[in-house]
Design a protein around this ligand. Sequence first.
Ligand code: AHR
Length: 502
Amino acid sequence: PSAHLTVDPNSAVGAIQRRLFGGFVEHLGRHVYDGIYEPGHPSADADGFRTDVIELVKELGVSTIRYPGGNFVSGFRWEDSVGPVAERPRRLDLAWHSTETNEVGLHEFSSWLEKVGSDLMMAVNLGTRGTLEALDLLEYSNVPAGSALAQRRIDNGRTEPFGVQVWCLGNEMDGPWQLGHRNADDYGKLAARTAKGMRQLDPSIELVVCGSSGASMPTFGEWERVVLTHAYDDVDMISCHAYYQEHDGDLDSFLASAVDMDGFIEKVVATADHVKAVRGSDKQINISFDEWNVWYLDRYENVDKVEGIGNWPIAPRLLEDVYSVVDAVVFGNLMISLLKHSDRVASASLAQLVNVIAPIMTEPGGPAWRQTTFFPFAITSRLAQGEALQLKLDVPTHDTKRYGAVPLVDAVATHDAEDGSSAVFLVNRSSTESIDVTVDVSALGDVQVRESHTLNDDDVYAKNTLDAPTRVAPRPNETARVSDGTLTVTLPPVSWTALALS
Ligand code: AHR
């Protein structure tokens, strides 16, 4: 089969926010302990952080990092995580049935962020706590000096405020599994009054209200409408969370997962704009897609789950999915979906970063390595600069069980007016056929292919593991060339491709 795409200079979607390439670190499993922090590891620095992991996080190119949860945050008392480490309490984390030692807290995590060059995006606990505790944490974090909590931060060794810019008002409050779960009406009121208070304290912050934990939640759509009806004037973004996996060997539907993400984003935008219309507001609410990934959730439910009143392990192996080539292709397509919606998706966080459904894996005392999903993230984060351009697609379709007829090729282009560079990101969703693609790139000027990367493999389930950490990696795509304003490239079956043009 063949496909023809056109870059239309009038098809700019919007400026690509660096925050689109955010990550997420939750106190969950071996993410923090034995992941980013392992004082006894040969590569650990003086603060106990693994420098091999720091180097990989830098290579990944992660902008903001959401912290400290996730479900964890709904039982979290932030005060436990500051002050002298020896005096910090051990707490039971009900979300993941683990013991939280609080060895790594706000100060330690912030110093790790400085090492990796990323910004903090903080979530407050609106599950088991409320407005007052959120205000306390904001005061501790952002007030320079002169108040009790600012002074406590200074006494704890941090003179300058943390200056946290983006705050999440709880986590997945629509989910019955969430500690302190509420209905949309109750949560919307709580979020609105917490947001008002937080802005009274620091008007410069940006606030994310909880949207749905997934488009298949029974309350999806109505949750967004009700929550935004309460909190529209007080927040800047509404969150989306989505995880995808292959179900029952249905590879074609799995490869089309981005179709679902496209629809999810467009429905949340429609709902936010409906509330805007009803309120007669001029303000636009954007999306923080602050959890997205491939996640084989069934494995957690059926294999890993920790239980027992006397069994609260520290840093157990949880959610340690090992990703295949096909997972990485779907993942690359999810990034294309985010870019295609960069007019309204102002922020996104890959969930998560190390060991826990993560692009980076580690062994205690041993190596750190890149999962297959590392590559599409790192390459897209580096090459997608400037504006996203919607491509006109003339592409064959095929039928899938979950999503009906879907295009076999999905793609987006980016263009940086400052340095004239461009990039095209493409996926081939066919599990059997190579596709010859032509792209009319004449609108991008006189360009040539500067870099090409294709991720595919004869074994679409090939993975990188402790024993074979470099089994899968992208390779240059020798078929990619530009001639007379037309880019030609052959996309192998089940593949993700990035082409840099200049
Ligand atoms: O990322 C893993 C979990 O997924 C998060 O803790 C939660 O917010 C979501 O359900």
